[in-house]
Write a protein that binds this ligand. Structure first.
Ligand SMILES: Nc1nc2c(ncn2[C@@H]2O[C@H](COP(=O)(O)OP(=O)(O)OP(=O)(O)O)[C@@H](O)[C@H]2O)c(=O)[nH]1
Ligand SMILES: [Mg+2]
Length: 190
């Protein structure tokens, strides 16, 4: 299953990637250049393997976004209350509508919740749902801390659920469905 992490600069995408991979938290994590690529097993009974791009949030790399989201089954959209999360959310949903297929699923992650002021309030969560419904998009919301390793299992469980759906309904997220699904294999094979 192909995944892409999106979000503004410094929201914690690279730390989240490393936390998912079981690596130590880096409080001096450096800005990503271009993108980093990782793969891992989700440790469920079907041993789903995920491949994921940790993209760079810096403005100068924004034009590369569609290269990484092309053919992705899931986008993990990372928001931090340190940044203007609601404006960022709308910006990324516009990006999604423009560049992604409807079959690409979105998971929203609020990062750095070990910092009290970063924990989204009920009002924030309602606001997310209002924005999502305006875009006619469904998404689950996960609260995450790479520093405290919080939210990883929930995120993995959601990815496992999505991978089960992708297999069950034969969902293809290729940019060329006819070519992809006419082969003996398809991008949804994991
Ligand atoms: N307290 C706390 N700090 C975090 C957490 N995750 C990331 N940070 C810090 O936030 C800063 C940016 O983290 P990165 O993971 O590099 O951010 P990024 O989104 O990958 O940034 P770009 O690659 O520039 O887009 C670093 O100083 C991290 O140590 C977290 O869960 N808790
Ligand atoms: Mg990074």
């Amino acid at each position: 299953m192909k995944i892409c992490l999106l979000g503004e600069v410094g929201v914690g995408k690279s730390c989240l990637s490393k936390s998912l991979l079981g690596q130590q938290f880096d409080r001096f994590s450096e800005a990503t250049i271009g993108a980093s690529f990782y793969s891992m097993y989700l440790n469920n009974y079907v041993d789903t393997k995920i491949y994921f791009w940790d993209t760079a949030g810096q403005e100068r790399y924004k034009s590369l976004g569609p290269l990484y989201t092309k053919g992705c089954h899931v986008i993990i959209l990372v928001l931090s209350k340190e940044n203007k999360w609601d404006a960022n959310l709308k910006g990324w949903l516009n990006f999604y509508k423009k560049h992604c297929y409807d079959s690409t699923q979105i998971i929203i992650v609020f990062s750095k919740i070990d910092i009290d002021s970063n924990k989204p309030s009920l009002q924030d969560l309602n606001q997310v749902n209002i924005i999502l419904s305006k875009y006619n998009i469904k998404s689950n919301i996960i609260l995450h801390s790479s520093k405290m390793n919080l939210g990883n299992q929930e995120l993995k469980n959601q990815l496992i659920d999505l991978s089960t759906l992708i297999i069950k309904y034969n969902i293809c997220a290729s940019n060329n469905k006819e070519w992809c699904c006419n082969k003996e294999w398809c991008c949804n094979i994991m």
